[in-house]
Write a protein of this length. Structure first.
Length: 474
């Protein structure tokens, strides 16, 4: 339940610009990445298509290199303020964003927006496409509220120009849904994703690779609502076709494997989840490199499942490496950094390194509040874990106060039937029982058992632990 998810699956596909017929006029007969001097009006379309294909194959550095060459060539062939330049800069931004070079990506897409506004106007579908890219970058930076606004502007333009049945509209819906998931608005994200899938189906596009991403994101939204069996079915459906289409060494395929492991972990299938996490990490390390934050998030998931398996001393160095990578690549102000600190704290707590665990959790709590606010599931998780440390240190009044805060936030954000809410409710019941408040403790633990019996498989460790707590009450 405490594994790190992150904003893995914002769609990194090209959305064809609506203003540039030159991109479909020629075929490419080259090999390798050409230099800017070699790009002409006759072969620029092929070079552009190659850049998109390289990114879709997970070959991100060559894709970036090719689009940088296209920027130089485009300025020579079209002029720096031509609409074609906006399209090329947008593609460069996508290739940079996929590598989490977010500052450079933002500069590139801002230039695309400036050119687009001046050349075709800010009510043109191409401008909406560039706004979508800006939203992807802001989401990756943890600027979720900014991204919501940008995606909303993009959707309004598309609705007025190409209509709500267009596949581009579905793509922006997907990206908005992913941002809402980052804000903890899981039911809203699910609704948008189902709408996006319906749009693609009505457009006859349900079998293409982008559909895999949409289904995967739907699985993540279901998983965060505690709908684990439904999420598992979605992830397995995705993997059936994605391996053939994407290839087994594609980092996006690894993300799909990772997310199947996530829902298996939440069902208590820890050994199977551990094997899948390791397979996903191996692909990401090879494809993305050891400095990439997506690889770090996969390491974080591996560390979390090692905690569940009781292998605490193995989990700690794995999570320390993940924290270092996230800090270096995304910065300590990013929500993922706080979540990874929380996971590292749990490994230290499980290894009975209580002082270090408390310091890490206090840091995580402050960073979470600064990045996503106090009304967020990640904030309630940090409060709940601080309450656990307070119990160990026999600070029962503090533990009860922290636990009640966590339960209130979790109930509001996740609803009264979510297994994560049940975890925190059960911990509050346990704290009350330790203080002799048996009547309220029994009521809370019985409610905890009801939720677990409805959401996790029979024999899950959460059910076993809740039953033990109930049996210990006088």
């Amino acid at each position: 339940m405490k594994s790190i998810r992150g904003t893995f699956l914002a769609i990194f596909v090209a959305i064809a610009a609506f203003s540039s017929p030159v991109h479909s006029q020629t075929q490419n007969d080259r090999g390798g990445v050409v230099s800017a001097d070699e790009i002409t009006l006759e072969n620029i379309s092929g070079a552009y298509a190659d850049g998109v294909t390289l990114r879709e194959q997970g070959r991100l550095a060559p894709s970036e290199t090719l689009f940088r060459q296209l920027v130089v060539a485009g300025e020579r062939l079209f002029g720096a303020d031509d609409p074609n330049m906006a399209d090329i800069l947008n593609q460069l931004a996508l290739s940079l964003e996929a590598q989490r070079k977010l500052g450079e990506a933002e500069e590139a897409v801002q230039r695309a927006l400036d050119i687009g506004q001046a050349s075709v106007g800010d009510d043109h579908p191409s401008f909406a496409v560039f706004l979508n890219t800006m939203g992807l970058i802001q989401e990756a930076q943890g600027r979720y509220e900014d991204a919501v606004q940008v995606y909303g502007q993009s959707l309004r333009i598309l609705e007025a120009t190409v209509g709500v049945e267009h596949t581009v509209y579905a793509t922006v819906l997907n990206n908005l849904a992913e941002t809402l998931r980052g804000l903890g608005r899981y039911a809203d994200a699910e609704a948008l994703l189902r709408k996006a899938l319906e749009t693609r189906e009505s457009a006859g596009s349900e079998g293409d690779p982008e559909g895999f991403y949409l289904l995967n994101n739907l699985g993540l939204a279901l998983e965060r609502q505690g709908k684990y069996l439904e999420a598992e079915q979605v992830f397995r459906q995705v993997l059936d076709g994605a391996k053939t289409v994407m290839g087994p060494d594609n980092p996006d395929y690894a993300l799909l494997v990772n997310n199947l492991a996530l829902t298996l972990e939440n069902q208590g299938k820890y050994e199977e989840a551990a094997g899948l996490y390791q397979a996903a990490s191996d692909i990401m390390r090879t494809a993305l490199g050891e400095a990439h934050p997506t690889y770090a998030m996969s390491l974080g998931n591996t560390g979390n499942v090692l905690i569940h398996l009781g292998r605490y001393n193995e989990a700690i160095p794995v999570l320390e490496e993940a924290v270092d990578i996230i800090g270096a690549s995304l910065g300590e102000a990013h929500p993922q950094f706080a979540r990874m600190l929380n996971s590292l704290a749990m490994a230290n707590l499980s290894a009975q390194q209580f002082f270090r665990a408390r310091k890490l959790l206090e840091q995580s709590l402050l960073l979470t509040e600064a990045s996503v606010g106090t009304q967020h599931p990640s904030y309630s998780t940090a409060l709940n874990n601080l309450a656990r440390i307070a119990v160990i240190q026999k600070r029962f009044d503090d533990a009860e106060d922290l636990s009640r805060q966590a339960v209130a936030i979790s109930e509001q954000m996740l609803g009264p039937n979510h297994p994560d809410y049940a975890i925190q409710l059960g911990n509050l019941g346990h704290i009350l029982a330790m203080q002799g408040k048996y009547e309220e403790a029994r009521r809370l633990l019985l409610e905890t058992m009801r939720i677990f019996e409805a959401t996790v498989p029979a024999g899950h460790v959460y059910i076993i632990e809740t039953r033990r707590r109930l049996n210990e009450l006088p």
